[in-house]
Design a protein around this ligand. Sequence first.
Ligand code: CDV
Length: 296
Amino acid sequence: MTRIVTVGAAQMGPIARDESREQVVERLRRLHAEAVDVGCDVVVFPELALTTFFPRWYTPDLDGHDSYFETSMPNDVVQPLFDDAARTGCGFCLGYAELTSDGHRFNTYVLVDGTGAIVGRYRKVHIPGHADHQPERPFQHLERRYFEESPDGFGVVNAFGGSVGMAICNDRRWPETYRVLGLLGAEMVFIGYNTPLYYAPDPDQNPLQSFHNNLVMAAGAYQNGMFVVGVAKGGIEEGVESLSHSQIIAPSGQVIAQATVSGDLVISARCDLDLCRHYTDTLFDFSTYRRPEVYG
Ligand code: CDV
């Protein structure tokens, strides 16, 4: 039995500060419908796909951005997207800011299957940026102020006929993300991102953003024998330009679908999950070739 999963990457253009959740969910529903039209089993949305990337602004109070957070998922505004999944059989992976009932703030992904049920939840592990106001920057990257680091780490979910892992934006730069997921048996990893082209701590990296984006995701895919789906919210959002270049990468490390323009669009690929074994049973047969005893 072949295990083909048709996966979509629903890249988004900017979300304006004053765009309502209802308007954004309509955009997500259009992208989901586009994914259904091209036969997707699952479609992946970017990091923080319901709102503008609010950590670019400082608020004196920690709860100053709480209006951008969701206190339940699904909620009334997002429910139509869940209904679309149940009606069409096409699941999705959705990034949003989560405020828990006991007051914790996380940068979160949920995985929703083709019945409209949440089957997985992931909270961002690697939180980049800074926690203090740095007015000398042209814009802030206050993720470390507004989000806690996940205490849970990475996990995999059996869904869509395979083993699925999730990671969020900065996680994709860390080899541990893919290796931990690889050791757990992940065959597909979904990664949404908001990556400003301007990197204040070292602007020499600015022209390398697209190169680094592909470098880390392709290396992660190849070295762990997995498909990687990288999905951007790109373009100029509230004056800050972010990387687009969403891409789907095979276990060979080859890009098999890529966005060539910015804005709302769906790219897709038919992924044969058994291709993972070509790598995890050979060069990257962890049980035979890894040497954890000398990695200390
Ligand atoms: N949203 C992110 O995690 N962005 C980071 C930036 C700040 C470097 C990224 O790794 O793309």
